[in-house]
Write a protein that binds this ligand. Sequence first.
Ligand SMILES: [Cu+2]
Length: 166
Amino acid sequence: MSKKILIFFLLLFVATVGLIAGFWGVKKAKPQERNFTIEARQYAYSPERIVVNRGDKVTIKLSSKDVTHGFYLEGHDIDAKIRAQYPHFWLRHPSQSDEYEQVDEINFVAKKSGKFRYRCSITCGTFHPFMQGELIVEPNFLYPASVGLVIGLSFACLFYFYRKET
Ligand SMILES: [Cu+2]
């Protein structure tokens, strides 16, 4: 077998493996819809920590086990009021208005990666100041890296074969 053919097959192999890995990454890390139900009680949230990927579409439902609680989410302009025994709750965007609006869920896209605390914004008892949890938004490097790999390799292959033809 000539050296040229060997190199050709080697390149073909590398490109194939790269493309498979790229498509696998794209599929695996694609932004998803994430649903959470967070229950508030004196003096904690359950779950205390939710983890999503950057780009995910996040839906949060809130309920209270005992008294009226708040839910202020750092960095997202979200503040809710949760009363016990109600299937819905009340939401406001502090930068826009002080008025609460009755809602069934909170929806947002996790645009920024990082750690965002959520904490009770309505005094609910002695240990109210300690009532908090956190939303973790992972940077999700896999997605842009995989998309880049697929696009990059596709162009490299096209370019290679185009050059061969001419
Ligand atoms: Cu509270």
